[in-house]
Design a protein around this ligand. Sequence first.
Ligand code: BGC
Length: 323
Amino acid sequence: MSDKHQTVAIGDVEIDMGADPAGDPALPAPGARLSGVALGIDVGGTGVKAALVDLGTAQLVSPRVRERTPQPSTPEAVAATIASVVTKVLLGQDTPGVLPVGCGLPGIVKHGRLASAANIDPGWVGWPATDNIGAAIGRPVLIVNDADAAGVAELAYGAAAGRMGTVLLLTLGTGIGSALFIDGHLVPNSEFGHLEFHGHDAETLISGAARERRKLGWKVWTRQFNEYLARIELYLSPDLIILGGGVSKEWPKWGRMVKARAEVVTARFLNTSGIIGAAWAAGAVAGGGVAAAGDRLLPGSPLDAAWLAAGAGPGAAASPDGG
Ligand code: BGC
């Protein structure tokens, strides 16, 4: 990679790779698209899901396979479930020789490992996830935070496609995940589910699971959620807030009670955003370290290129014909 002007084409976009593949690449315009196929895996507190994704359209091009997250959700047990799910997804599929694989995990992702584990076994913290999941499935894998994955799916293809300004996605499920974008750039590992709220970790009071555990009706829960949103608006003044996760499916029951200064919409992808976003991130990195929605890939970021060294480097992107 000594040629200072080496370029890589991703779809219609020609990317200047610069001299250092791990450096700060030139960015395509937000909203530019990837093409080809990648495998997305989404590890949640209750299920491990995976599918092949057409990066041009965000369509799933294989069955979506789901297995229960093992309990306890130790990294070794979950890695075995990931391997089982991936085997089922790829069974009988005609996939490209080098298939970008992305895996969303519910914690802070740093240098190929989780740096936090709120809703998954604490044994994940510091466990070499990139290496060990890659070994379990026999392919290089890119790990990303699950909410960041859901966010990039919405930014690349969904409710925030082409949006500039400050965009915040909140996933309201077992915990609360967040993905923050500024003019199309991901600010990785935002963790707004853990804001202090009435002396507690916010997600323990107002996640989707907390609503059920606390047996809160929609009216009471929405009132508390509004208070949480007001806090976030004070800190960030987002232009657009996207709500995903289980409770967004129940939007007709509470959406009209939501109060915010920002525009508030529900996620376009509900059960599949984590899969689509993880696939997109892997496809973007395999394509040369630049993500379609304008994501900036810095050395050491969760979308970093260390993984490229494992054999999925530039030029190994899924083919432009979708194959
Ligand atoms: C974790 C986040 C994760 C979210 C949703 C939170 O408890 O800290 O990293 O994105 O749950 O799974």
